[in-house]
Design a protein around this ligand. Structure first.
Ligand SMILES: [Zn+2]
Length: 210
């Protein structure tokens, strides 16, 4: 009887069996269905892929169907871009926080879960502990116009007073799942702005055209 030393792997997006080795964890069809977004060095806010593509479905499974194992796929996809952004500097990664109400209804903060799967030591990165940056409960952003999103996130984020000096001189990378207007990341930047951090960057998995 033939025994394989490693279990068969499935594509992280469509769950089809991976017949050839894949560094991304995706099958060839799903890789071809991801449109990479070019990194804009002039912008503080970037994303890896366009929203419409093979990663939209697994993200929805992670967010709404509690398929928490999918977080690892996204961490693997984000890690090389984070390494490129860090350029050897130490980086503090801040997953966009969720309000306690939303965390309870979703079962976890999926962005935080993705961040926990990142190879932090290898990236020279640390995670801002949960509860340092907090988010007030507001209606979900989905379906809101740009102006409504900006109003919805304005003042929603706050930073624990005793943490204000802890990011002095650091490069801060705020991590989100989907960017559309950038209002959520902007809200986080504002709340973190009094920390004396050296630089703020925002990175999302997917970019939705607003
Ligand atoms: Zn696939």
């Amino acid at each position: 009887m033939f025994l394989s030393s490693s279990p068969p792997r499935a594509c992280g997006a469509c769950c089809r069996l991976l017949l050839t080795s894949s560094t991304s964890g995706l099958c060839q069809t799903c890789v071809e269905d991801c449109t990479e977004v070019a990194h804009d060095h002039g912008s503080r806010v970037n994303a890896l892929f366009a929203y419409e593509g093979s990663l939209k479905a697994p993200l929805a499974r992670l967010k709404y169907s509690r398929e928490f194992g999918v977080a690892r796929l996204f961490a693997d996809l984000l890690a090389p871009r984070i390494a490129a952004l860090a350029r050897g500097r130490s980086v503090v990664i801040v997953p966009v926080p969720m309000s306690p109400t939303r965390r309870l209804s979703r079962g976890c903060n999926h962005t935080e879960l993705i961040a926990q799967w990142l190879p932090l030591a290898q990236l020279g990165a640390t995670l801002l502990p949960r509860g340092v940056l907090t988010r007030a409960h507001r209606p979900a952003q989905v379906g809101l116009s740009r102006a409504q999103r900006l109003r919805n996130t304005s003042g929603a984020f706050s930073l624990r007073a005793r943490a204000q000096a802890s990011l002095r001189g650091e490069t801060v990378l705020v991590l989100d799942d989907v960017i559309s207007t950038g209002a959520t990341l902007q809200g986080c930047f504002e709340a973190l702005s009094r920390t004396g951090a050296d630089e703020f960057q925002g990175l999302a998995l997917l970019r939705r055209v607003a």
